[in-house]
Design a protein around this ligand. Structure first.
Ligand code: ISL
Ligand code: CA
Length: 557
């Protein structure tokens, strides 16, 4: 069990559209990524997760696939992809691909056929339903990227289901031919030498058939997110086990399923050591507590700790955690959970320490290792994401004033995470010689790879240390997790324990000093420093003062 490579690995999530542009068209591409492989190697990560690069009209930046077997024009060619894969492999880095199997683009030939007539053989590959007798949608289901989850199709007089945008029709997983076609896709990429997959919304494949009305989720809204009908549906484990068996069992790969609304108990099933589903899941409980679009609200620190601690302790020895605060759908972590003004560097390091010292596989989202922040857009037309546009339209319809909408977007929009990677202090942060598809964050002259590489006290060099430590200390990979001071309003602390070795992690999540004392019942004579983000040499275990956003890690002796 302990020799699976993905347990010891650190994954780097790469959003290629915003990483590096090789030809000056303003969009990142595969050649751009290949040109930066020495940086990725130097960082020390073991795996790259590449967000979708398949053929796509890009309604949702590649999460709307029109051909699973080819590369989108803007990204390059299949030859460019091979060069990237070989470049990674020759450096000892694995490549995992993003797999979007819940839906396709409406431009996918399967859907074009499906919508062509009611008796087309591919009709049943998607989810078509008649409207209600009054002609309205089949039910009240709301989509994540538009009000209704149903789109009316004039030609055949029926509605199709799209849990995301109307350009992303949901596949009908009840149809075994659909499942086989998707397993072929997985096998194709495995045969090309990929080392695993991140499965997009992997707990949405099975929907409650009969399509009942959704209970109220957003009070008073005409359309409601059918959380209970589309997530963790009745056949979900059967489908995932079948996919595991038929498409990838026996291969030495890693799989991670994206799972909004996955509880620790469900994670035991999705990512159990012997459940034959995925190696791990991304749960969302610490980032969308209670629902969607909550990232613009201040978060509840105690609840945040409890949530993460519950995953840590419930999964230990039975299933594997994935560790993240950031990805391409979430605002920048230092802006949301840290202090991106007065304590930018300190709090960025503290958040990295939190992720890397917990039990599971850590994911670093591009730019996180620099301490990249949310972007201070002042106008709607600076935004690019369809989710942001949907939010603007729906909020305006509800009568919300524009300045409030803008301030919510500033804190929550997915575009915060999608601004170009900041390579240097040169024009456009060194991302492109042309005009970037989305504006570069104006803080790039200070926050960038080149400047931070040369600064031993940078966030970047701290991340390199975090990544290296995992290789050197088995307790970080395999240790159990013992939460401490769970009710403390400033501290997030825990102990990891493995083969008699104990690692103490002390994090002050606040702008003020906090008084530390090792809780009663925990005995230690002394401690030996492993890591500090504040130049601390020693910690007095009986009584000490921990500064704002200070992180300290030590071995208890
Ligand atoms: O971003 C969200 C809401 O603001 C999330 O609910 C997001 O839609 C959810 O995490 C699913 O995300 C994945 O599937 C989407 C795609 O847009 C995201 O980029 C992807 O990560 C549809 O494919
Ligand atoms: Ca380009």
């Amino acid at each position: 069990m302990e020799n699976q490579w993905w347990k010891r690995a650190v994954v780097y999530q790469l959003y290629p559209r915003s990483f590096s542009d090789s030809n000056g068209d303003g969009q990142g591409d595969l050649k751009g990524v290949t040109a930066k492989l020495d940086y990725i190697k130097w960082l020390g990560v073991d795996v790259v997760w590449l967000c979708p690069v398949y053929a796509s009209p890009n309604a949702d930046n590649g999460y709307d696939i029109s051909d699973y077997y080819s590369i989108m024009d803007e990204m390059g060619t299949i030859g460019d992809w091979e060069a990237l894969k070989n470049g990674l492999h020759s450096r000892g880095i694995k490549l995992i691909m993003d797999m979007v199997l819940n839906h396709t683009s409406d431009q996918h030939p399967w859907f074009i056929e499906s919508r062509s007539s009611r008796d087309n053989p591919k009709r049943d590959w998607y989810i078509w339903r008649k409207g209600k007798p009054d002609g309205s949608e089949p039910n009240n289901w709301g989509s994540f990227f538009s009000p209704s989850a149903w789109e009316y199709d004039e030609k055949t007089g029926e509605y199709y289901l799209h849990m995301f945008s109307p350009k992303q029709p949901d596949l009908n997983w009840e149809n075994p031919d659909v499942r086989q076609a998707l397993y072929n896709v997985i096998r194709f990429w495995l045969d090309k030498g990929v080392d695993g997959f991140r499965f997009d919304v992997a707990n949405m494949y099975s929907k409650v058939q009969g399509f009942p009305e959704a209970p109220e989720f957003v009070p008073g809204s005409k359309y409601q997110f059918p959380i209970v009908h589309v997530y963790n549906g009745p056949r979900i484990h059967e489908f995932i086990q079948e996919m595991n068996r038929e498409a990838f069992a026996g291969r030495d790969i890693m799989t991670v399923g994206e799972g909004p609304f996955v509880t620790p108990e469900l994670a035991l099933q999705y990512a159990g050591f012997d459940t034959h589903e995925f190696d791990m899941v991304f749960h969302f409980e610490h980032v969308i507590k209670g629902g969607l679009w909550t990232s613009f609200m201040p978060y509840d620190f105690i609840e945040f700790k409890q949530t993460l601690n519950r995953f840590q302790t419930t999964l230990y020895g039975k299933a594997w955690n994935s560790l993240y605060l950031s990805n391409h759908d979430q605002p920048r972590q230092v802006s949301r959970f840290g202090n991106d003004r007065k304590y930018l560097v300190r709090s960025a390091k503290l958040l990295g320490t939190m992720i890397h010292m917990q039990q599971g596989t850590p994911y670093v989202y591009q730019g996180e290792e620099l301490g990249m922040t949310n972007i201070p857009f002042t106008r709607f037309d600076q935004y690019r994401d369809l989710d942001s546009f949907n939010y603007i339209a729906q909020s305006r319809a509800m009568g919300m004033p524009d300045d409030l909408i803008l301030s919510a977007l500033n804190r929550s929009s997915r575009d915060n995470a999608r601004t170009p990677m900041q390579w240097s202090a040169e024009k456009n942060a060194g991302f492109t010689a042309g005009t970037p598809w989305i504006e570069v964050n104006p803080n790039y002259p200070e926050i960038n790879v080149e400047t931070e590489t040369g600064d031993p006290s940078s966030v970047l060099n701290y991340y390199r240390r975090l990544i290296r430590l995992r290789k050197e200390m088995p307790v970080i990979v395999y240790g159990s997790f013992i939460p401490l001071m769970e009710e403390h309003p400033q501290f997030y602390c825990w102990i990891r324990e493995y083969e008699g070795e104990r690692l103490l992690v002390v994090l002050n999540f606040s702008d003020t000093d906090a008084g530390f004392a090792l809780p009663e019942g925990i005995t230690a004579g002394s401690e030996k420093r492993v890591l500090s983000n504040a130049g601390r040499e020693k910690l007095n275990l009986g009584s000490d003062t921990i500064g704002p956003w200070e992180a300290y890690v030590c071995i208890l002796e």
